[in-house]
Design a protein around this ligand. Structure first.
Ligand code: FES
Length: 109
């Protein structure tokens, strides 16, 4: 398997309903993961962009949380509708600044 240029992590952590931290699964993270997988395949990016689910990325109030490496971009409130724009940005080597979780919030939860 070729080494991917980019690696996307999607938090699928789920806490009990009413937990004060919240979590990504109840916010639609599985649907986001499925859409990223599907669009990577449809756009012919397999081998260049990898995606995996993960547990908590410590940005819970911003879920669904998605991280793109090697950029180290932490995106919050990801939705299925944003997946193509995210993949466009990755292919173009840029970040989507307005979707980034503020640096001071990353890892706080
Ligand atoms: S539960 Fe997803 S970032 Fe913590």
């Amino acid at each position: 398997m070729p080494r991917p240029h980019h690696h996307i992590l999607v938090c699928l952590n789920e806490r009990p309903a009413g937990h004060p931290k919240g979590s990504c699964a109840p916010e639609g993270a599985a649907e986001v993961l499925d859409a990223i997988k599907r669009r990577i395949h449809e756009r012919g990016l397999k081998g260049q962009v990898a995606v995996n689910s993960t547990s908590c990325l410590k940005c819970c109030p911003f879920g669904p949380t998605v991280v793109v490496w090697p950029e180290g971009d932490y995106y919050g409130h990801m939705t299925v509708d944003r997946v193509d724009a995210l993949l466009d940005a990755i292919e173009q080597g840029r970040s989507i600044e307005t979707w980034l979780i503020p640096a001071a919030e990353v890892g706080r939860y």
